[in-house]
Design a binder for this molecule. Structure first.
Ligand SMILES: Cc1cc2nc3c(=O)[nH]c(=O)nc-3n(C[C@H](O)[C@H](O)[C@H](O)COP(=O)(O)OP(=O)(O)OC[C@H]3O[C@@H](n4cnc5c(N)ncnc54)[C@H](O)[C@@H]3O)c2cc1C
Length: 468
């Protein structure tokens, strides 16, 4: 039995982390509010197609080796669904602390109507998004992020092209190329910024999750067997239009080449979605290994802001398996702080072990797929960095020369880079890295972009025809 709660706890994000957090809260007798902007639970990895398309590609085709976990999570959610106030298609676009230690969440619901919600504690499990390092031509039609290419395949049973090139680095690069090959595309090439040497050096750390390592190696091998050229240690340089298709130019040291294709999927790993945590005042720390700013937590997922708990990829890109453990841990910490329940010592030890293994594996990935400094340092001036406001790398360099190196928020103020609809989610990291490289500063010197509401683009309500 769940008990009614006048000031409930909210979980934001119904991915692996958020679902396990909700399960833990329900097990303790609470009725949490579970908010997610997606139409179905599952998050990024277990994204579901709309019912009309579900018959086209079953779980095995959609999730491959993760199909079992996807089904287990989906089944678990059905068992708790009646005890959770689940609100799909609900974007949390602002969050603030209000009087009495409560939090105010501002929502845009499925019906397009805004609502305010007061909660006493919040578990943020908002996941991650693509990290895209721009090259000239990346804003052309036909160029997608790797995640976008995967969403089109998973949620729309469609391909970005029949002969796509996949460029960038990280495990998602090989995974998406492999998924496209399995779905009937003939990838024209995989252009991987990471060298074979870097991957070999990182192998000992990645052995912390041997099955995952093997799965990644198998995918790379499968792609080669299917005749897909895999070029390692190579950076995409430029994407041009040629007739109806695209041409991607690449360089690997003194070698260079081009690939004809009909679409490009590009991405350099993932970036935590921590804007809501920023708005709630959660502090961040720069990690030179990931080259990114991360929210800080204790081992259980407590943020330094009382009542705010963080779990899953929005803290560190540790993968879905770890996100489940992190969600359970964070909800356990919340319950403990409210004096409602405690996680048993053996269970806590098991969860900590999963988190520790995932952290070691992630450090291996960060070493193997580190972004080469040349990708930022040698970025041509005509590269659009902020696509919302049309700010180029040259514009940023000129502003840095003129105004001197200061902080990223000042660069935003003078150039409008990061001031557009995406609020710097896409360009902020690149602009910061460019500023540091240009001014010869340590990578953390420009600081992070300040979070701003709305955290994601918010469509304006359309007045009905004839309204005065
Ligand atoms: C684009 C993409 C594709 C990926 N594909 C794979 C893959 O194929 N295989 C793999 O092993 N790993 C993949 N990953 C990584 C994997 O998804 C994650 O490691 C795992 O899903 C993390 O779980 P999570 O619960 O932390 O976050 P997620 O699964 O990302 O879930 C976060 C949820 O929060 C919701 N959300 C975010 N912000 C808001 C907001 N403001 N308001 C309301 N809801 C919000 C999102 O809609 C989402 O459902 C992918 C990651 C990304 C970003």
């Amino acid at each position: 039995m769940t008990r009614p709660d006048p000031l409930p706890a909210a979980v934001i994000g119904a991915g692996p982390a958020g679902l396990r957090a909700a399960q833990r809260l329900v097990a303790a007798g609470l009725r949490p509010i579970l908010l997610d902007e997606a139409a179905e639970p599952g998050g990024q990895i277990y994204r579901r197609p709309p019912p009309a398309l579900a018959a086209l590609r079953g779980p095995a085709a959609l999730y491959g080796a993760d199909a079992g976990r996807a089904l287990a999570l989906a089944r678990m959610f059905e068992t708790i669904r009646g005890h959770v106030d689940y609100r799909p298609q609900t974007l949390v676009w602002n969050a603030a602390r209000v009087a009495g230690g409560a939090f105010l969440l501002q929502l845009r619901g499925a019906d397009g109507v805004d609502a305010d919600l007061r909660v006493r504690a919040v578990v943020l499990a908002t996941g991650a998004m693509d990290r895209v390092v721009p090259v000239p031509g990346w804003t052309r039609p036909g160029v997608f992020s790797l995640g976008g290419a995967q969403v089109i395949l998973k949620a729309q049973a469609h391909l970005i092209g029949r002969r796509p090139v996949f460029a960038g680095s990280g495990p998602l690069l090989y995974l998406v190329a492999w998924q496209y090959a399995k779905a009937g595309a003939r990838p024209a090439a995989v252009i991987d910024a990471a060298s074979l040497g870097a991957k070999m050096r990182a192998a000992p750390a990645m052995l912390a999750r041997p099955r995952l390592l093997l799965r990644g190696a198998r995918m790379a091998l499968d792609l080669r067997r299917m005749g897909v050229p895999v070029i390692e240690g190579a950076l995409a340089e430029r994407i041009e239009q040629r007739g109806d298709g695209l041409v991607l130019h690449w360089r690997a040291g003194s070698r260079s080449g081009l690939v004809d294709c009909d679409a490009v999927g590009m991405g350099h790993g993932l970036k935590p979605e921590r804007q809501l945590a920023d708005l709630l005042g959660c502090p961040v720390v720069f990690d030179p290994r990931s080259g990114q700013w991360h929210s800080t937590t204790d081992a259980a997922g407590r943020s330094p802001v009382s009542g705010v708990y963080l779990a899953g990829d929005m803290v560190r890109i540790n993968g879905a398996h770890c996100a489940e453990a992190a969600g359970e841990m964070a909800a356990g910490a919340l319950l403990r702080d409210l004096g409602l329940a405690r996680v048993s010592a053996p269970r806590r030890a098991l969860l900590r072990l999963a988190l520790a293994r995932a952290a070691t594996f992630r450090r291996g990935l960060e070493q193997a797929f580190a972004l080469p400094p040349a990708a930022i340092r040698d970025m041509p001036d005509d590269t659009i960095v902020c696509r919302c406001e049309g700010v180029s790398a040259g514009d940023l360099r000129r502003a840095i020369d003129l105004w001197g190196p200061a902080d990223l928020n000042r660069l935003k103020a003078v150039t409008r880079c990061g001031m557009g609809r995406c609020q710097g989610r896409l360009c902020g990291a690149t602009a910061g890295a460019l500023m540091a490289a240009e001014a010869g500063l340590p990578p953390d010197a420009p600081g992070p972009l300040r979070g701003q509401a709305p955290v994601k683009p918010l469509p304006l309500p359309i007045f009905p025809k004839g309204a005065a």
